[in-house]
Design a protein around this ligand. Structure first.
Ligand code: ATR
Length: 277
């Protein structure tokens, strides 16, 4: 029987996941499809029961359900439980539902695609302390990056995150003053997204040109933050890699195959250029 997968969220119609996964099924000769399912806040329990009954083989979970779905699953992997966020559900052979998180690990893969795995001793600064920052901070720690600091507009949220992961919490101005001490800088706020107000989340005057500068925003591909880093001579990592890798790790969990992430990046960039022309 043809297998099927889904992404559940609200909003979900803009998601690039269905086209990406369907292309991967075709490329890998797998007879399966992947559909977006609009699930409003507060109804994720009903959605899980329906997906289970209708025989979905797995699904991705996006805003606002990543935390809310947890009580409706049979099992949650330790890293996802620690993050309190699930973005991938796998239906096990016995029908039980396993919750996983490939967002943070996807970021680490996209970073290491660019810089390899030889910079684990660098000091890491994460800008922002929301859901995305939380997942990335934990995945960086699990990936062997020991020296992680978090700065945030609301410093109390950075403190709460650091209490859990054991890092240093900073305010934005304090972090800007110390920016030169960090070898890897990761921007996780919506500042710079095409739908949000532009600008920089943090002043970049003290940026060390040897640092790697990453942004998880991928629309636009080069945020003002990344443009400023490029101008300073820094190596940059845009947010498209994290998007592709979170999907690739989910696809691998579902099918046992690893899709062509490089080819996917080229195709998505070509599509983005088409829509902005
Ligand atoms: P996500 O799940 O995408 O991380 P979130 O949990 O709402 O989203 O977190 C958004 C993060 O971006 C927060 O760290 C937020 O800072 P506050 O905790 O102070 O709200 C940060 N953020 C949002 N808009 C910002 C802005 N204009 N300048 C600086 N930080 C901003």
């Amino acid at each position: 029987m043809k297998k099927w997968y889904a992404v559940i969220g609200d909003p979900v119609s803009h998601s690039k996941s269905p086209a990406m996964h369907e292309a991967w099924f075709r490329e890998n000769g797998i007879d399966a499809s992947y559909i977006p399912v609009h699930v409003p806040a507060g109804t994720v329990g009903d959605a899980v029961a329906a997906l289970r009954r209708l025989g979905a083989s797995g699904w991705n979970v996006t805003v606002p359900h990543k935390q809310a779905i947890i009580p409706f699953l049979d099992e949650v992997e330790p890293i996802a439980a620690e993050m309190q966020a699930v973005n991938t559900v796998k239906v096990l052979p016995d029908g039980r539902l396993l919750g996983m998180n490939t967002d943070g690990p996807g970021f680490v893969r996209s970073l290491e695609d660019r810089i390899g795995s030889g910079r684990k001793n660098d000091r890491v600064l994460i800008i922002g302390a929301g859901g995305a920052a939380n997942g990335i901070a934990l995945a960086m720690r699990h990936g062997g990056y020991e020296k992680v600091a978090v700065c945030n507009r609301t410093v109390e949220k950075a403190e709460a995150l650091c209490n859990r992961i054991g890092g240093e919490a900073l305010g934005l101005e304090e972090a800007a003053g110390k920016l030169g001490e960090f070898g890897i800088i990761i921007q996780t706020t919506p500042v710079g997204m095409s739908t949000a107000t532009g600008g920089l989340p943090i002043a970049m005057d003290h940026l060390d040109p040897g640092a790697v500068v990453a942004d998880i925003v991928y629309s636009p591909l080069q945020t003002e933050f990344l443009k400023a880093a490029l101008k300073n001579g820094n190596e940059i990592v845009d947010g498209l890699g994290m998007f592709i890798w979170q999907g690739a790790l989910a696809f691998n969990e579902w099918t046992g195959r690893m899709p062509d992430t490089l080819g996917t990046r080229k195709r998505l960039i070509a599509e983005m250029e088409e829509t902005t022309c």
